[in-house]
Design a protein. Structure first.
Length: 144
């Protein structure tokens, strides 16, 4: 697998196709070109024969929190066909290498992805009640 920023419209189309419940073109355009600037990195398949070559298998949106001088990881997802293959780890490591800053994120207390964040060294800095619209609690986590 390899990680890259969005390069063209076909990358955006692949992101929308794979994660259609999460994104549409206007939302992505707003994130990439709106008032608050976000970066999107994509993870592509280059090894797994069960997945199309060069298919998008994961993504992460993040922004620079200038007040805290760290990266705010806004959203990260992996396709169902690529779960538990290292895609999430590759995305987070790519952000860390690219930006050379600490990373903060919020995750539902019930989200299994928290185990990945623990494994990568994220620490819980706060538990927030009713953080999500559906009333679910979240952990605020930080990785130096």
């Amino acid at each position: 697998m390899y990680v890259s920023t969005i390069k063209n419209q076909s990358d955006i189309a692949a992101l929308i196709y794979l994660f259609e419940n999460n994104w549409d073109l206007s939302t992505i355009d707003e994130l990439l070109h709106g008032l608050k600037y976000y970066t999107c990195i994509l993870c592509f398949n280059d090894k797994d024969a069960h997945i199309l070559p060069n298919a998008v298998i994961g993504y992460a949106f993040y922004s620079l929190d200038e007040q805290r001088n760290c990266i705010e990881l806004t959203d990260i997802a992996v396709s169902k066909t690529a779960l538990r293959t290292g895609v999430g780890t590759a995305l987070i490591k790519a952000i860390k290498e690219r930006e050379q800053k600490s990373i903060r994120l919020s995750v539902k207390t019930t989200n299994p992805a928290k185990l990945l964040y623990d494994k990568l060294g994220f620490k819980i800095i706060q538990e927030v009640d009713n953080y999500y619209a559906v009333g679910e609690d979240a952990y605020r986590m930080h990785l130096d």
